[in-house]
Ligand binder design. Structure first.
Ligand code: VGL
Ligand code: ZN
Length: 242
């Protein structure tokens, strides 16, 4: 059947239906996700260091700010994180002679990507982005403050055993579901989302509220790992805000 004939057929078919039947025949629109009282929004590392002009800029990093500000209204519980390194931190390439940023090295706990010096405690670079408006946020978790250990995850340091206390905090407050946003999709967002699953939470990552570094295919690898662990990938438009 050619295209035109098909269109005609469809029109005749539709013409024979009642309004109710017509509605029922339409493809179902996916129901929006409504964050309940037992849900928390986690805003990862939306800091000057990770946006344009920062020490470890993520492409388009600042674009997550209005998206996060808008969806924040839909959450009773909001947790913000800050990457918060000591000067001379082990994750800085400058701390390892002969190493350059974005190379790797082996540390006591495993392979570590080496970064430019970034998000040093108390610096303007480590401050939250000035346009981030989260007046109802209840907790700020700082991470990566142990000089010899990195912490992409908001739950667990890179040694795989030192916890930040975030899982205990969320559980003590009856939180069952977390929505992860922020920077960077393939590092701190991904590790946070995966550890949240490990800690037993339902986990959504709101893709358009994140931006990635994408180092050697790390973004695709991160989505694969997150999906395998049961992290759900959604867009900010899928959330019922009001
Ligand atoms: C991050 C690299 C180094 C992040 C933090 O927030 O994703 N990435 N430190
Ligand atoms: Zn860092």
């Amino acid at each position: 059947m050619n295209r035109q004939a098909m269109t005609m057929d469809r029109r005749f078919f539709v013409g024979g239906l009642s309004a109710a039947a017509l509605l029922a025949a339409l493809p179902a629109r996916a129901a929006k996700v409504k964050p309940g009282a037992d849900a928390a929004l986690i805003v990862v590392d939306v800091q000057n260091c990770f946006v344009t002009g920062g020490t470890l800029p993520v492409k388009g990093g600042e674009e997550v700010v209005p998206v996060i500000n808008r969806i924040a209204g839909g959450f009773r519980n909001i947790v913000v994180t800050q990457d918060w390194h000591t000067p001379g931190h082990a994750s800085f390439a400058s701390s390892h002679s002969g190493k350059k940023p974005f190379e790797t090295t082996k540390l006591a706990y495993g392979m570590q990507v080496l970064w430019p010096d970034h998000c040093v405690q108390g610096s303007d670079d480590a401050a939250l982005h000035k346009d981030l408006k989260l007046p109802t946020a209840q907790l700020v978790i700082r991470k990566g403050y142990n000089k010899g250990v990195d912490s992409y995850s908001a739950f667990m340091e890179a040694d795989g055993k030192t916890v930040t206390g975030l899982a205990g905090y969320l559980k003590a407050r009856g939180i069952k579901t977390v929505f992860v946003t922020g920077l960077a999709t393939d590092f701190c967002v991904s590790w946070t989302a995966q550890d949240a699953r490990k800690a037993g939470f339902n986990v959504y990552v709101i893709e358009d509220a994140t931006r990635a570094i994408d180092l050697n295919g790390s973004l695709a690898a991160a989505w694969k790992a997150m999906t395998a662990k049961g992290v759900k990938r959604i867009q900010s438009g899928d959330i019922e805000v009001a």
